[in-house]
Ligand binder design. Structure first.
Ligand SMILES: [Cu+2]
Length: 182
């Protein structure tokens, strides 16, 4: 009797085991199938994020800046062929971006666009001169709403360099940016 019970039990366990194996075999490919669309979704998310960043860049300054040092497609700006860096001046008295990376000796054309009703200036040069609003430091004044001021500057020497807006109160409010020389 006990033998028979064990026999039944064994048979049942084997049957359950086979059933589990069968279910496992069915689940495994199903998971594999689900994984692949997941990965595909990840790839799509990556593309979407990149697209978003591009759109953000567009919202700031229209066309994106030329690639900078360390970025694919970087070509150092020269006096004959300056590299274009687009900067937006915001109503919050900030520059976007507020840090621009250059290669030593590069010539950069800054295209500075004012977003919002506040009028801005754009001054660039040696950091001490920019901080002091020193006369003769290269500058574009009175960039009004949705206007773009253009300023070409050659970064000779090691720096430090900076840019700033000296419209009344703006520099004091923090409307400055740094130049990182690579
Ligand atoms: Cu300003």
């Amino acid at each position: 009797m006990s033998d028979r019970r064990f026999g039944w039990l064994g048979a049942t366990l084997v049957a359950v085991g086979i059933a589990l194996l069968a279910i496992g075999a069915v689940i495994s490919p199903a998971n594999g199938g689900l994984t692949r669309p997941g990965w595909g979704g990840g790839g799509m998310m990556g593309g979407g994020m990149m697209g978003g960043a591009g759109m953000m860049g567009g919202r700031w300054a229209g066309p994106a800046s030329a690639p900078g040092p360390g970025q694919a497609g970087f070509v150092a700006g020269t006096q004959a062929n300056p590299r274009v860096v687009r900067v937006v001046a915001t109503p919050q008295l900030r520059f976007l971006p507020d840090s621009v990376t250059i290669q030593a000796g590069e010539t950069i054309t800054f295209e500075v666009t004012t977003m919002g009703p506040t009028v801005h200036e754009f001054m660039v040069g040696p950091a001490a001169d920019v901080a002091a609003d020193k006369a003769g430091t290269p500058e574009v004044a009175d960039i009004g709403m949705m206007q773009t001021g253009s300023l070409t500057y050659t970064f000779t020497g090691p720096g430090p360099f900076a840019f700033a807006c000296h419209a009344p109160g703006h520099y004091e409010a923090g409307m400055t940016g740094t130049i990182a020389v690579q």
